[in-house]
Ligand binder design. Structure first.
Ligand SMILES: Cc1cc2nc3c(=O)[nH]c(=O)nc-3n(C[C@H](O)[C@H](O)[C@H](O)COP(=O)(O)OP(=O)(O)OC[C@H]3O[C@@H](n4cnc5c(N)ncnc54)[C@H](O)[C@@H]3O)c2cc1C
Length: 346
């Protein structure tokens, strides 16, 4: 495939519509796809364009069709036997060809393993820019351009990035950052099936085997309750107490990066700018100071409870309920109260 010339002049008026690159994992829709549809709809409505979702796979048309329930105008279902499992080259070739052919104005991808893999490749093949890990997307009312905002300089400031001369304008968004699209009552969208030409020789990487991790999966993104521990725990054994509180509340265990760096807990539990972004109904921060990089991953939670022995800790500035005290005294008392009264129903 020929490489695109990045600096060539393009006619911006030739580009239309907002696209979401959807993800199906084992035939199931990845939650980030629904979140991107929600955001994509807002953008497409504000520029008066259509919202399409691209789904790549093999024999998963039924699952792809379900995306119409979320109010998209069209599902572009790209089907090929060689695309049954994710393949970097296969996905990048077919999606970039489709983008070059149909010319969307905006393309959104999840900042997932797949999105982070193909996003930069698509941008390079097409000859456009890509803003990774956006936390806010909006349309500039003066010129209709996409304003892509993301944390910069270690999260100490927010940078708004534009792509003035190239198209499409491409962004990735981490799972859990945007609100999910709601299901609609009456479907008006359609599915278009696209059969790309792809040969085995086009794909240099072959899938030989799939090995499922035996470790318990941490599902912070979907959790309604997240109980996180930080450096205030003082030692790895402190996470037993955090797990107990999480179990009592029916939630998952999260952590600050300091706890991960100390080797007290594994990185999939990390919440924050370089960890997972969560928005549960209840977030309990235990022994976490509330650094801006931690807040970046949890400040959208519905209710935030903070337990910290320092009344000046920044976490108290964003919490709904703050308890100033030693977590080793407060948490056991909370667990006892929850178990006795069983009063928490979320
Ligand atoms: C580029 C970059 C990316 C980063 N990404 C992330 C990220 O994704 N997630 C993240 O969390 N951090 C991230 N960080 C690190 C972040 O800046 C902080 O260093 C980190 O969040 C601090 O973790 P902490 O709150 O557990 O520790 P500390 O800041 O040390 O806070 C510990 C808190 O525990 C309290 N405490 C101590 N003992 C007790 C007790 N017995 N009972 C109750 N409270 C107690 C203390 O008062 C203190 O407030 C990032 C930093 C950079 C530069």
């Amino acid at each position: 495939m020929e490489r695109a010339k990045v600096n060539q002049e393009i006619n911006l008026n030739n580009y239309n519509d907002v696209w979401v690159i959807g993800e199906l994992i084992g035939g199931k829709i990845h939650p980030v796809t629904i979140e991107l549809i929600g955001e994509g709809r807002k953008l497409s409505d504000s520029i008066n364009k259509k919202l399409n979702v691209v789904v790549v796979g093999y024999q998963v048309k039924e699952a792809a069709e379900k995306l119409l329930n979320y109010g998209v105008d069209k599902v572009l279902y790209v089907e090929h036997e060689l695309l049954k499992d994710f393949n970097t080259e296969g996905y990048s070739i077919t999606i970039s060809n489709l983008i070059n052919e149909r010319k969307p104005e905006i393309v959104l991808l999840g900042a997932t393993s797949i999105g982070r893999d193909i996003g930069p490749r698509l941008a390079a093949k097409i000859g456009t820019g890509l803003t990774a890990d956006c936390t806010k997307l909006e349309i500039d009312e003066t010129d209709g351009k996409l304003l892509q905002t993301r944390p910069a300089f270690g999260g100490n400031l927010m940078a708004t990035i534009i792509c003035p001369k190239n198209r499409p304008q491409m962004s990735t968004v981490r799972p859990g950052v945007m609100a999910k699209a709601k299901q609609i009552d009456k479907i008006t969208g359609v599915v278009e099936v696209i059969m790309p030409i792809l040969n085995e020789e086009d794909l240099r990487v072959k899938l030989i085997d799939k090995i499922t991790s035996v470790k318990k999966r941490v599902n912070l993104i979907e959790a309604k309750v997240v109980v996180s521990g930080g450096r205030g725990l003082k030692e790895s054994a402190g996470f037993k107490l955090i797990q107990e509180l999480a179990d009592a509340l029916g939630g998952e265990v999260g952590s600050s990066r300091a706890a991960v760096d100390a080797g007290w807990i594994e990185s999939p539990h990390q919440v924050g700018q370089t960890g997972t972004t969560v928005r549960p109904d209840l977030y309990v921060a235990c022994g976490i100071s509330g650094a801006i990089q931690h807040q970046a991953g949890m400040h959208e939670s519905e209710y935030i409870v903070a337990i910290n022995k320092d009344p000046r800790a920044p976490i108290f500035e964003i919490c709904d309920f703050g308890i100033v005290g030693d977590l080793y005294e407060v948490i056991p008392a909370m667990i006892e109260a929850i178990r006795e009264k069983n009063f928490l129903e979320i």
